[in-house]
Design a protein. Sequence first.
Length: 255
Amino acid sequence: MTHTPPEQCTAIVTGAARGIGAAVAVRLAHDGMAVGVIDLDEADCADTVDAITRSGGTATAVAADVSDESAVTQAVARIAATLGPPTVLVNNAGIGPRAELVEMSTRQWDTVTGVNLRGPFLLARSVCPYMIEAEWGRIVNMSSISAVGDAARVDYGSAKAGLIGFTKSLALQLGRHGITANAIAPGFVVSDMTRASARRLGRDFEEFRRSAAQSIPVGRVGEPEDIAHTASFLVSRAAGFVSGQVIYVAGGPVD
């Protein structure tokens, strides 16, 4: 069966106030989609929305804690009412504080897994009815190379690994509706998270960045736009036969 995308696609991108999420939102708007920009603080999304509208695109910002069921339901409904039924979802919101296992509180575990794993579940559950009705949809979940193991962040690594399983399960369950689900697993990408890692280690960020680049086969670290390019393909009509995949955007192979 051939599934055809709607004439006008509405995309939702979470964690889109800055960094990877902002780059993805701007790129999808460039691709012709109306974009619902979700982050914790609506005001923080102003730069992303402005970047889209200045280029002639359409976007709206909505504040929501992605781990909060009620907030997610309301955010998706508001975007659908403002921009039209969402048929593209990029689950990018994520947090990853560092802590040794023996020092990690239950609250930290719940908070990290809540944003990184519960959040994508809540968003997908809220958006899927629109996709099923349209008989077309694209879901991209932002995992990480930490999914193969992260000695410094067992909560984050566990959530990102779980997100891969979630993605593959969505692909199996939703494919008959014309919905694909894929995961992107970034490596070192310039972001607030990598800057925070440098601060925790007491290192200058530029030196930290250069050091990381030395271990990457292509000889550089990633930029948010590298992830946005990949997301753009995965949500496109051309990617209709790509589903249940994990694409490591890391400048080289990941074991």
